[in-house]
Write a protein that binds this ligand. Structure first.
Ligand code: ZN
Length: 307
């Protein structure tokens, strides 16, 4: 992919819908367009336009490159989608819908929708298992944060308006997050096993649910309630740092987040953290590689609750 020195250069390069579309076609199909309905490569472009005709007798459907992607049926020009995708995949803390609306010259409702759809692209597919020294922790998003460490105990999600998020981070490596329903051993140890290679060194706080970790991992516990925060390499500063990034993003940019959208916000923060060492252009390309899969407005606005 071409590299861009600046966002201005990016905008100049993708200044028409045709250019964006050709780029998407390359990204999705290479030089061999494939029918979005039956998968056949026996298809032809109609009159040099955006639509293709599938030539399979049983199919005969027409499609364009956006069919089956988050850009499907959009009335927003692809130039704006590209611009928004570039910004959101690169901005360290995300962008509020209000800010995005003014930059793209669209309504705030449209910007909110764009924000959510693009956030869906900012997901790592099949992340690698973490290994080496891995810090594990859980945090509450929303509600009051007072005495977090002292009050850590098994509570149901939604208690006191809080939603729980589980996180693991490899020292000098990647992070992964998951919205969890409770902090039982089953949930927390299960989440560790999903994300961390057996035999790794796990560092957690004193939460009792983590005790069984010692069966498959080397486990170091930090006793926060007795004021202990760092004991040599045994600390959870990395994951705490990630939590503060996540919370700054949610509180500072989005003000409040409903629990049902929280996993997407976590994915977005995770994606940014994990791609911190790659170039802006690559981040944009990686985001575009995830365009398949729709996220209709009706799904986004179903049963909204605010925390
Ligand atoms: Zn077909």
């Amino acid at each position: 992919m071409k590299t861009f020195k600046s966002i201005l250069e990016f905008q100049k390069h993708f200044d028409t819908d045709v250019k964006c579309r050709l780029f998407l076609e390359q990204q999705r199909w290479g030089d061999t367009p494939a029918c979005c309905f039956c998968g056949s490569v026996n298809c032809t472009r109609i009159k040099e336009g955006k639509r293709f005709q599938c030539n399979e007798k049983e199919c005969r459907k027409q499609f364009s490159v956006t069919v089956g992607t988050i850009y499907e049926n959009t009335k927003i020009p692809l130039t704006k989608w590209f611009y928004a995708t570039y910004i959101l995949s690169n901005h360290s803390k995300g962008i509020s819908s209000l800010q995005l609306a003014s930059w793209l010259d669209v309504t705030q409702k449209t910007a909110w929708y764009l924000n959510h759809r693009i956030r869906k692209m900012l997901t790592e597919n099949a992340p690698d298992l973490l290994e080496g020294i891995v810090e594990v922790d859980e945090t509450y998003v929303g509600g009051k944060e007072t005495n977090k460490h002292k009050s850590k105990r098994t509570v149901k999600a939604g208690a006191g308006g809080k939603t729980m998020v589980f996180g693991v981070v490899q020292r000098n490596g990647k992070v992964n997050t998951k919205v969890i329903p409770d902090t039982t051993t089953e949930t927390l140890v299960g989440a560790v096993e999903e994300n961390v290679a057996e035999g790794s060194i796990m560092v957690s706080d004193e939460h009792k649910s983590y005790l069984p970790l010692k069966k498959k991992y080397k486990h170091a516990r930090i006793n926060h309630s007795s004021g202990e925060y760092v004991r040599g390499a045994a600390h959870t500063n990395t994951i705490e740092g990630f939590w503060s990034l996540l919370k700054r993003q949610i509180v500072g940019i989005h003000h409040s987040v409903s629990p049902k959208h929280l996993q997407r916000y976590c994915n977005e923060a995770t994606y940014r953290y994990n791609s911190r060492l790659i170039t802006q252009d690559l981040r944009f390309a990686n985001a575009l590689a995830n365009i398949e899969g729709k996220l209709p407005y009706s799904v986004l606005i179903k049963k909204p609750t605010t925390i």
